[in-house]
Design a protein around this ligand. Structure first.
Ligand code: SAM
Ligand code: SF4
Length: 326
């Protein structure tokens, strides 16, 4: 699959639900959003059929995301179905890890190889201010990361949205954790979407993040763990993990973009931001075929995103990244 700018698209991020068991302050309003009705969600069979047809067109890598993917019933069943699709070589998961103690082993057995875990603080007393859930959810998250290590997921990437005055005194403790644990911590710039504009003053540019990580100790640039994503990585000499920075705003990665997103209700979204989407569910339910709709989507994939600090205009009306899988 190639788009009109010659970019090869072989990676699909699949959102299996728009719901979540946390309410991260930068992501979702505390009361939640208007959820997609159950009948509108793609079934596991429909998701697998879309992947089968796209794999025949060149898709080879998949990430399951959400909302929180593990709150959808029996996610390992979907993982098994997708692992069996010819041409799919890599299956990964993005999760907040709260339910990983229950599912890590089974998911690993179902063919999921890599996990990205959201963790914005290492302080139990601070978790509620960011995730708006009580500290027992923090305990579950840490247990979930341990379960992921025990189940053999490799690499384990930790996604940390850094926000001024909320958690930016934790650069050193996250970086220190990579000396002890095989974590690849990625500090992520806050992206302005939907209702999170009140956090604009908390935005920290990647250049500042790198400076502040550098002040912790002697970092060397390294290749970084395998994956499909845009990040720059550094390592303390001899450490099992790495620290990286993801900079969607201050440097965009659109030139090398290799991905599309499938929303929980079956729309193929060609850019995280902007409003270009093509409905796959209607043709799938009407005729069983989505390849023409996928080609239409590919042809319209925009050259770049136009996200800007301090306004949600560039996000194309996106209420939250949880709607499209981040
Ligand atoms: N619930 C799962 C999780 O938290 O990993 C998967 C979905 S979540 C939308 C995917 C990623 O998007 C998470 O790493 C989260 O931190 C990130 N994210 C959500 N909203 C964001 C925002 N406004 N700016 C930057 N990152 C954001
Ligand atoms: Fe849920 Fe992930 Fe959004 Fe947090 S970032 S509210 S865990 S979807």
């Amino acid at each position: 699959m190639k788009d009109q700018f010659g970019r090869r698209i072989d990676y699909l991020r699949i959102s299996v639900t728009d719901k979540c068991n946390l309410r991260c302050t930068y992501c979702m309003p505390v009361e939640g959003l208007e959820w997609v009705p159950r009948a509108e969600l793609l079934t596991y069979e429909e998701i697998t059929e879309i992947v089968r047809q796209m794999a025949a067109m060149g898709l080879s890598r998949i990430r399951l995301t959400g909302g929180e993917p593990l709150i959808r019933t029996d996610l390992p069943r979907l993982a098994r179905m997708l692992s069996d699709v010819p041409g799919i070589e890599d299956l990964a998961l993005s999760t907040n890890a709260v339910l990983l103690p229950r599912f890590a082993e089974e998911l690993r057995g179902a063919g999921v190889r890599r996990v990205n875990i959201s963790l914005d603080t290492l302080r139990r007393d601070r978790f509620e201010a960011i995730a708006r859930r009580p500290p027992r959810f923090f305990d579950a998250t840490l247990e979930g990361i341990e379960a992921a290590e025990a189940a053999g997921f490799d690499p384990i990437k930790i996604n940390t949205v850094m926000m001024r005055g909320l958690n930016d005194d934790e650069f050193a403790s996250f970086a220190a954790a990579t000396r002890q644990r095989p974590w690849h911590v990625r500090f992520i710039e806050l992206m302005p979407v939907g209702a999170n504009l009140h956090l604009t003053d908390r935005f920290i540019p990647a250049s500042e993040m790198l400076e502040r990580v550098g002040a912790v100790g002697q970092l060397e640039p390294v290749e970084g763990p395998p994956g499909n994503g845009p990040a720059r990585y550094f390592r303390f000499p001899g450490a099992p993990g790495t620290v990286g920075v993801i900079t969607p705003l201050s440097h965009n990665y659109c030139d090398g973009c290799n991905r599309m997103r499938l929303t929980a209700e079956g729309r193929l979204r060609t850019c995280l931001f902007g409003d270009h989407e093509v409905d796959l569910k209607t043709p799938l339910r009407a005729s069983g075929r989505v390849t023409d709709a996928v080609r239409t989507a590919l042809a319209g994939k925009p050259e770049r995103h136009y996200l800007q600090l301090g306004t949600s205009r560039g996000s194309g009306g996106l209420a939250a990244l949880s709607e499209v899988g981040g």
